[in-house]
Design a binder for this molecule. Structure first.
Ligand SMILES: [Zn+2]
Length: 196
């Protein structure tokens, strides 16, 4: 019996349990125009990729708790001291010092607007979002960077005020736990599992 691969860190080491590679049924490829001659086989593979978050782990943990964390350069010697970064950057790109972690949930709730957007009717492999996907670039007052995310409800417009929505029920611990809705959206309008 196969079991899903699971990983734990214990005594500072990664401990692996279960199956991380699975083979599935091969299927023949045949030539329909030449008497169904055998041409080859498909080779399905199921592989579990282990993605460690490093210093960004607390950002993803916070999303599952309904909080949006950012980072800030506090280095007094930095020419850009005080810069706030969202997306979450571990180090300041100007002075390379380690940034401090800050909670910017309040700024996101009160001072976020759509800088620009893109609506995609098609997607690539492994897409998990409903189509059309309304990708938005979110601008925050007082923040040096712009966040790439998606609008969960409504139609995007440049300059539109948006508020964050978190997938707190059954979180994925990925960036998909964060999305946005137009300011003024009521809690009962949100899809199941999502909350402000
Ligand atoms: Zn800096």
């Amino acid at each position: 019996m196969s079991s899903y691969g699971q990983v734990q860190v214990k005594n500072g080491r990664y401990k692996f349990r279960g199956d991380f590679h699975r083979l599935e049924q091969h299927m023949p490829i045949r030539d329909a125009d030449n008497g169904w001659r055998l041409v080859g086989v498909t080779k399905p593979r199921d592989m579990t990729y282990v993605h460690t978050y490093g210093g960004e782990a607390e950002f993803f943990e916070a999303l599952s708790q309904g909080k949006l964390l950012a980072t800030k350069c506090d280095n007094p010697a930095c020419e850009s001291k005080g810069s706030i970064f969202q997306p979450f950057r571990i180090h300041c790109p100007d002075c390379l010092a380690k940034n401090a972690v800050i909670d910017m949930t309040d700024v996101a709730k009160k001072k976020a607007t759509i800088h620009t957007f893109m609506v995609c009717a098609r997607s690539g492999a492994f897409n998990m979002l409903d189509k059309p996907i309304r990708f938005i670039n979110v601008e925050f007052e007082g923040v040096s960077t712009i966040l790439f995310s998606y609008l969960l409800l409504g139609e995007p417009k440049i300059g539109m005020r948006v508020v964050p929505v978190f997938k707190r029920y059954n979180p994925t611990y990925t960036i998909l736990d964060l999305s946005w809705v137009p300011a003024g959206t009521k809690a009962e309008e949100l899809p199941e599992g999502y909350s402000f």
